[in-house]
Unconditional design. Sequence first.
Length: 233
Amino acid sequence: MRIHDYRFGSLREYVASDEPGAARPAQCPGCSAENCFWKNGSYDREIRERELIRLVKVPRFKCRFCRAVVSVLLGFLAPYRRYTSAIISECLQTYLNTRTTYRDLAADVSMEEGEDPPRPSHARVFDWADSFTLHVKNFLGVRVNRACVRAGKETLLGASRECPNAFKALSTEKAERLNQTSTVLQEAIALVGPSQVLDNLRAYFLTNIHTPFDIFCGNRSTLSLSQNSELVF
């Protein structure tokens, strides 16, 4: 089980804050007991964001009552991804809104100008786009629609939008997924505003709903920390 500590939106913000420790969960998501977590080890993840490369420690905690084990991820860590959520968001949003290529996107978010080959690779950017559009088709699109209805922000629902790169897709199914994802991002503007839509949408689904989840890793169990959680250094 994962819990997100959403104090930092990017690796750069984290480094600028002298890399503080993650937070101890205040309440167990399994049994709802409070102040019940013991430290249960940790593991390191190598994280990349433009020129920054850091080993970030991910602490694990175990509930002394129900024995549930949770990992606490800092907000910019996308599960199973080496690059931060800020880089993934930038690539996806640019590809869905601007005519470009995976190679150009990879070069734009690499460590420095003229790097050869760019980091991340264009194949990795392709994988981000492919997996995210599948997630939108199978799960996220419905969740965004429902969230807009519940929040009374339905002004942009039903207005379709085409992805400017859909014409390059090698299958009709992929083109339809790209167009659907562009439409969902347009709908999400009513929910989270027009600036940094994917970043804000991710924060919304991690912090503002009863069952939080990460939009970049599918429908997996994930929670967010309360503001009074204890810091662990």
